[in-house]
Design a binder for this molecule. Structure first.
Ligand code: GAL
Length: 420
């Protein structure tokens, strides 16, 4: 090596060392609270972890098992109250506003402006991520809740067809039952009862009814005749579930459909993450369709991470880097392919996604235009947590009771909706 080259090499080495030092100095840890512990969910969480590590930061896992995240939210509260909040937590919908009001969330506007979040996100999503006009959370996906999953072999064996309305649903369910197959895979946990309930509400009552009842909490609509019809239809489904349903986790219910032990499941498209993680192919090994009667509507459930205030430049930097990376096209693709959801970032190339996701993506846009895109009440998108919890309790009591009539349940729901 001649003198000049040696000098150049030394300069390059020095520059590389400075860069490395810089990277080390900026590397921080992000403790992430989430409840993604099932097969498909764990793969999605791993994608998020890999993303953070790619940026040189460290992931501290704070997973709290329990579908729907109720347990995770309880743990989060105690951590924040004791002054030990995680850096990032998977919270969503109006709950984001409640945490922001407590003054414990970080302002993400610097990242949001730099990355142009306002133009990347549909307003129906970005509005929820902001508190008093400032971003305090970053969305990862759009889940559709009003789905029906089915095992095509089981349907064939029973001579049943994939239902498009509730009458057809019960015809198919009867045939499955006669063939010795559990018609509906259900997990008797309150949030799963409520998930089924909201799809029935949308299918039987339509999007306008859904909005009046389960978003605006209009007392007359909540206790009216349509609600009673919804409740009667909802309760009828119970007769098609198996005796082991109480307490069953949602992913174990999905596994019943995967194995052909059950014919159908009403569940959001995180269920697709389970089918896919089990190596199953949509259209061949399993079928997806809008929940009966809901083909022209869409109940959305947007997972998002709120960032809690942390101390230390390294931790703040890591938090911001994570927030920025979540909306990158690369991450949106890999995460959502595993999660079963669709990208929340607009105008993404959907080439690698399956037909269920493509349908979800077109329906998300068309229902937004037509006014039938509605927030999921069962998944914390529609109303404040207190009212949600109270209504959910009544729905589960009704599902589990042999005595409560649909009329009584409707009256109780209207009263529960007033809970503040
Ligand atoms: C939903 C959440 C999904 C999925 C599901 C089951 O509320 O949005 O990401 O995890 O619960 O836990």
């Amino acid at each position: 090596m001649n003198k000049i080259n040696r000098k150049l090499a030394r300069t390059a080495l020095a520059a590389a060392a400075t860069l490395a030092l810089h990277a080390v100095a900026q590397a921080g840890e992000v403790e992430v609270l989430h409840y993604w512990t099932s097969g498909g969910e764990a793969k999605s969480a791993a994608a998020l972890k890999a993303q953070l590590e790619k940026q040189g930061h460290t992931w501290k896992d704070f997973a709290v098992a329990g579908g729907g995240g109720e347990s995770a939210m309880t743990v989060l509260k105690s951590r924040v109250v004791s002054g030990n909040a995680p850096a990032a937590a998977q919270i969503k919908g109006p709950t984001i506003q409640e945490w922001a009001r407590e003054g414990v969330l970080s302002n993400l506007d610097e990242v949001a402006t730099k990355e142009k979040w306002d133009s990347l996100l549909p307003p129906v999503v970005s509005d929820v991520m902001k508190y008093k006009g400032k971003y305090v959370a970053v969305p990862v996906n759009v889940h559709r809740v009003n789905w029906l999953w089915a095992n095509p072999e089981a349907l064939k064996k029973a001579g049943a067809k994939l239902p498009t309305n509730w009458d057809e649903f019960f015809v198919a369910a009867d045939k499955l039952k006669a063939a010795g197959i559990v018609p509906v895979a259900h997990g008797g946990q309150s949030w799963q009862d409520f998930t089924t309930f909201e799809s029935v509400a949308l299918g039987v009552g339509g999007a306008d009814f859904y909005k009046k009842a389960l978003v605006q909490l209009d007392p007359a609509t909540l206790s009216g005749d349509t609600m009673k019809k919804v409740l009667a239809t909802f309760k009828k489904i119970k007769g098609y579930t198996d005796k082991n349903a109480p307490g069953r986790d949602w992913n174990l219910a999905t596994a019943m459909v995967i194995k052909g032990e059950a014919g159908m499941q009403l569940m959001g498209d995180w269920a697709k993450g389970e089918f896919v993680a089990a190596g199953k192919v949509p259209g061949k090994d399993f079928l997806c369709a809008a929940a009966p009667g809901t083909a022209k509507s869409f109940t959305f459930n947007v997972d998002s991470f709120a960032m809690f205030q942390v101390k230390g430049d390294d931790k703040i930097k890591a938090q911001k880097d994570l927030a920025a990376a979540i909306l990158s096209p690369e991450f949106q693709e890999v995460f959502n392919l595993n999660k079963g959801s669709i990208p929340v970032r607009l105008n993404m190339n959907m080439a690698k996604f399956d037909d269920c996701a493509k349908l979800s993506s077109t329906d998300f846009v068309s229902t937004a235009k037509g006014g039938s895109l509605v927030p999921s009440i069962a998944h914390g998108m529609a109303v404040a947590p207190a009212a949600q919890g109270a209504i959910q309790d009544v729905v589960s009591q009704f599902w589990n009771s042999d005595k409560m009539t649909a009329d009584e349940a409707a009256t109780k729901i209207a009263a529960a909706a007033k809970t503040k």
